[in-house]
Design a protein. Structure first.
Length: 147
């Protein structure tokens, strides 16, 4: 499994409760650009519209050797999921405070996949709490290592 892009900020801003793997509908130059590792998930999100799932604001840079056939870097991309999974995700995102966030793009058996997380936004004090916990864990690791 070759990871192309990760959304590290998602784990800081959201608490991820569930993840789902989805396929992506891409053009040829998008696949080549992904294989070069030129993707960014920073401000991207997932919506469900008319029983179809779409990835928005995911930036895949134009392919360097592409010509007029190159793609729009910020175009809306369709995600491929089973109908049962879409209905399940649609029910969960209907609850207040939940949204779908792409966590990473990777290649699995030659096909581009995106990991979508069901996320609930963190408040400021929850973010501080998480940072404190991580620092405490690092201190414990250092103490155990030096011991």
């Amino acid at each position: 499994m070759k990871i192309v892009a990760q959304n590290r900020k998602a784990f800081h801003d959201y608490s991820i409760e569930e993840t789902t793997e989805a396929g992506m509908v891409l053009t040829g130059t998008e696949v080549k650009s992904l294989r070069d590792g030129k993707a960014n998930l920073k401000d991207s999100y997932v919506i469900i519209k008319d029983s179809e799932v779409y990835l928005l604001n995911c930036h895949i840079s134009p392919y360097s050797h592409g010509n007029i056939m190159n793609h729009d870097p910020l175009r809306t991309r369709k995600l491929l999921l089973h109908k049962k999974e879409i209905v399940k995700l649609q029910g969960k995102t209907a609850q207040k405070g939940y949204s779908l966030i792409p966590l990473k793009i990777y290649f699995k058996e030659g096909r581009a996949k995106v990991e979508v997380g069901l996320a609930k936004g963190k408040r400021q004090f929850e973010k501080r709490e998480t940072i404190k916990k991580k620092e405490a864990d690092r201190e414990i690791e250092r103490a155990m290592k030096n011991r």
